[in-house]
Write a protein that binds this ligand. Structure first.
Ligand SMILES: Cc1cc2nc3c(=O)[nH]c(=O)nc-3n(C[C@H](O)[C@H](O)[C@H](O)COP(=O)(O)OP(=O)(O)OC[C@H]3O[C@@H](n4cnc5c(N)ncnc54)[C@H](O)[C@@H]3O)c2cc1C
Length: 500
């Protein structure tokens, strides 16, 4: 009989949250096993290749790859295992194409961005500056301290003595949402709509439901560390972390789908794979969503009380309809920016197919497409219910129709797009569910109603002893740099628990 292998820590999933946890623990001397159901690491930050194109699955507007401060968590996570990616600076974070001819670029320079916005809303010049300056204050607090586990009293004491003002600042902003702060300074309804979409384009909820801490990061880091694109595609970040993990003596196994978290006397002690294989660990970390963790990997009927309460406050966000396109370079007018947001009607901002998000990573790294061609990734929120119960033929037809609608709208920014299409692959919420292993293909948790900032987001420990969660279902939420934060925090808490 073969003996069940035992590890210090088992991490279920190799999204950026899982990989940062694993690499941080490996550098502290833990023997870590990462189990990934798919063929490559990265999850939503993975990639796929077709006919000479390398497409990012999801993320492509990358924060956290800066060179200085303490919030450049992706750079720090890579460096910890002696690897790095070449970061290509994106001069403009987003080019917005909004209702009432609001056509605005978020320049890397803070002053230039404020000038661009003020040119549209001169009567709000002072309010604009005061609002964004307040976001900068949040960022300055975060960017002055080491970012680790808020569940570790020793760290909290240390960081408070080192940075008392910054800690008090963060405590003040923790329960606040962007909408309330914005209305303190800004009155113009159209400008408040703009603040809504500034939030929606990464939090998928309007300003009133977006925590101030997250906004402070996003609205300020884009002008500090900047938005950067990793040479070779976003998948490089996960690939390099996985390489670093193995070099540090730990292990990652692909095509290893965990179907069960094993418990003994209520404590998590191991996992079982779809092929029946069992591994034991002193600590178990789930990088799957909370819904997958507590309703599928653990018995749904035993869901802990605090998880039920959490689900009363947070719900699954919609997934996306994604168009991965290869296009002739003639489709892109000269000077086109890498990231775009298109919305024609404010009332449709949060509706399925309301807002269209666009990334053209080949403008920063041409090697991702054949010579003379570009990648356009266009995606828009969609709920899985719309895609269930269809025959194969109906499903394909529905995909084609939806893609046609998106392409028609994008023709406004990229005239000749349809005619210039060389390759098109359409992903639906079902695709996201299948390839990312995320319940309903969700982008992550969103508040059901207005909550008190980030206060309701859980940290890494769970009600099940020995089990931790990491990734976008934990504090501080979605985005690569945010899940890296969660990974640093998770590894820190586990290291203390294991006495490493
Ligand atoms: C279309 C789209 C666009 C986005 N754009 C951006 C952007 O521009 N910038 C940005 O910062 N963020 C963006 N995001 C968000 C960002 O990609 C995610 O928040 C982040 O990657 C989530 O990381 P994670 O570690 O929480 O989980 P995931 O990426 O979901 O990784 C979880 C991993 O666990 C594996 N797994 C799950 N269950 C099991 C199991 N049972 N057994 C084994 N393995 C399992 C999965 O296969 C996956 O690899 C985007 C997301 C999407 C979908």
């Amino acid at each position: 009989m073969t003996k069940t292998q035992e590890f210090d820590v088992i991490v279920i999933g190799s999204g950026i949250g899982g990989l940062v946890t694993a690499t941080q623990l490996a550098t502290k001397g833990a023997e870590v096993l990462v189990l990934e159901r798919y063929l490559i690491p990265g999850g939503s930050a993975g990639y796929f290749e077709r006919e000479g194109y390398r497409f990012d699955v999801g993320a492509s507007m990358i924060f956290g790859l800066g060179t200085h401060g303490t919030t450049n968590l992706l750079t720090q996570a890579l460096a910890a295992v002696n690897v790095s990616v070449e970061a290509i600076a994106d001069p403009v974070q987003i080019h917005y194409h909004l209702p009432e001819s609001l056509d605005l670029k978020v320049d890397r320079s803070y002053e230039k961005f404020l000038q661009n916005l003020t040119a549209y809303f001169r009567h709000e010049a002072q309010g604009i500056r005061r609002f964004y300056d307040e976001c900068q204050k949040v960022f300055q607090c975060l960017n002055s301290m080491e970012l680790l586990s808020l569940e570790e009293p020793g760290y909290l004491r240390r960081v408070f003595f080192q940075h008392p003002q910054a800690c008090l600042g963060l405590a003040k902003y923790l329960p606040q949402n962007v909408g309330d702060v914005a209305r303190r300074y800004i009155k113009d309804p159209q400008l408040l709509k703009f603040i809504d979409i500034e939030c929606y384009c990464w939090s998928v909820v309007p300003a009133d439901m977006t925590p101030m801490i997250n906004a402070g990061m996003v609205f300020s880091d884009r002008h500090y560390g900047g938005v950067n694109y990793p040479k070779g595609g976003v998948g490089q970040i996960a690939q390099k972390l996985a390489d670093g993990l193995e070099k540090a003596g730990s292990k990652i196994v692909y095509q290893a789908r965990v179907t069960k978290i094993l418990t003994e006397q209520g404590r998590a002690v191991g996992v079982q794979l779809a092929n029946g294989k069992v591994y034991r660990g002193k600590r178990i970390v789930s990088n799957a969503t909370r819904w997958d963790t507590f309703e599928k990997l653990l018995p749904a009927q035993q869901i802990p009380r605090n998880e039920k309460k959490w689900q009363q406050k947070y719900q699954k966000s919609p997934s996306f309809l994604s168009l991965h396109m290869g296009v002739k370079e003639s489709v892109l007018p000269s000077g086109t920016e890498c990231h775009h947001i298109l919305l024609e009607n404010w009332a449709q901002m949060t509706a399925p197919e309301g807002t269209i998000f666009v990334s053209i990573p080949t403008l920063l790294d041409p090697d991702l497409a054949p010579v003379g061609y570009h990648i356009i990734h266009a995606f828009t929120p969609h709920w899985i219910d719309q895609w269930q119960g269809l025959s194969d033929l109906e499903y394909e037809a529905k995909k084609e129709e939806a893609a046609g609608r998106i392409i028609d709208r994008l023709e406004k920014i990229f005239p000749g797009l349809d005619a210039g299409l060389d390759y098109l692959e359409i992903g639906t919420p079902r695709t996201h569910r299948r390839f990312l292993g995320r319940e309903d293909g969700t982008y992550g948790p969103i508040p059901r109603r207005k909550l008190r900032g980030l206060l309701g987001m859980p940290f890494n420990r769970t009600a099940v002893p020995g089990l931790y969660c990491v990734g976008d279902s934990t504090f501080p939420g979605q985005g690569l740099n945010a899940v890296a934060f969660s990974g640093f925090a998770c590894a820190h808490r586990i290291a203390v628990d294991l006495g490493l």
